[in-house]
Design a protein around this ligand. Structure first.
Ligand SMILES: Cc1cc2nc3c(=O)[nH]c(=O)nc-3n(C[C@H](O)[C@H](O)[C@H](O)COP(=O)(O)OP(=O)(O)OC[C@H]3O[C@@H](n4cnc5c(N)ncnc54)[C@H](O)[C@@H]3O)c2cc1C
Length: 262
């Protein structure tokens, strides 16, 4: 990454106006991923002074500011005590503490990285993203947009629900990217199943797991249902695994996660 100019705006309006004023201006979160590339940035816009670093628990939802680091998410009591601790647990397995002290939730969403573990978990919980100019959008819709919008992510909101959650992943070493990851959220026997690192970015199943709602179906039936869910997804090959391997791994991870939340 090469930065020609650096700006710490004093308001979101200033940040947004600067962002859209030049095609090569960019918002930086922790800069952890940006700095690995050779992108030339005309003006780096650092939201550090915009008070976007917070986790607030309200009666019905938890609100996380875009500049909140993964380490703060990992350690947050509000996030440990809600959503079966899913968000906090998934953050805790990402790389090491040094990276988590720097990487932000805004950068995680803004990058839409295919390897992301956190995006898989956030989609399973129906997370809403707030953009300064565009306003509210579901994370799923944000990810599906053909292009990453030129906008500033200000916060995410996750509505509280009485749910059971599970996250499963397979990686070659603890600090490597996932070969496949899976998050499942069971809210009153409504299942949301998300598969990430396919290696494409995380996606939820469209098929509702109707029959799994019946807790008495035999395990074999659940296995077949989970297989058919995985069939809905497309997988790809890269240096971590072939698409065939990823699909077989995904079947196992989905079954384990579903059994856990049952
Ligand atoms: C070596 C390495 C290994 C990693 N391993 C994993 C892993 O195993 N699992 C996992 O889930 N994640 C992993 N990550 C990703 C990490 O968790 C973050 O997602 C990533 O670092 C981006 O966060 P950041 O704050 O550093 O963003 P930056 O690098 O600063 O920015 C990333 C992108 O988001 C944009 N952006 C940042 N903030 C905003 C904002 N507020 N509004 C709009 N756009 C914004 C930037 O313009 C840029 O395009 C890894 C990262 C690194 C560097």
């Amino acid at each position: 990454m090469r930065i020609s100019n650096y700006l710490k705006p004093k308001s979101l309006d200033e940040a947004y106006t600067e962002l859209i004023s030049h095609g090569n201006n960019a918002v930086i979160g922790g800069g952890a991923y940006l700095k690995l590339g050779n992108r030339k940035i005309n003006k780096a816009i650092d939201p550090y002074d915009l008070n976007l670093n917070y986790i607030k628990e309200q009666d019905n939802f938890v609100e996380i500011g875009a500049m909140t680091t993964l380490r703060e998410i990992e350690e947050s009591k509000a996030l440990k005590n809600n959503f079966g601790g899913l968000i906090s647990k998934v953050s805790s397995i990402i790389m090491g503490v040094q990276l988590r002290n720097v990487a932000t939730i805004g950068g995680t969403i803004g990058g839409r990285y295919g390897f992301s573990d956190l995006l898989t978990a956030l989609i399973a919980l129906d997370t809403k993203v707030f953009l300064y100019n565009r306003g509210e959008i579901s994370l799923e819709d944000f990810i599906a947009l053909p292009q990453i919008p030129r906008d500033i992510i200000t916060k995410v909101i996750i509505n509280k629900k009485n749910c059971k959650t599970s996250f499963k992943d397979l990686r070659n070493t603890a600090t490597d990217f996932s070969i496949v990851n899976v998050a499942v959220c069971n809210t009153n026997n409504n299942f949301k199943i998300v598969i990430g690192a396919r290696p494409g970015v995380a996606k939820a199943t469209c098929k509702s797991m109707e029959i799994i709602k019946d807790l008495h179906v035999p395990e074999e039936r659940i296995n077949n249902l989970c297989d058919s869910v995985v069939d809905e997804f497309s997988f790809g090959s890269d240096l971590r695994g072939s698409k065939e391997y990823r699909k077989e791994v995904a079947k196992v991870l989905v079954k384990r996660a579903v059994m856990e939340v049952l």
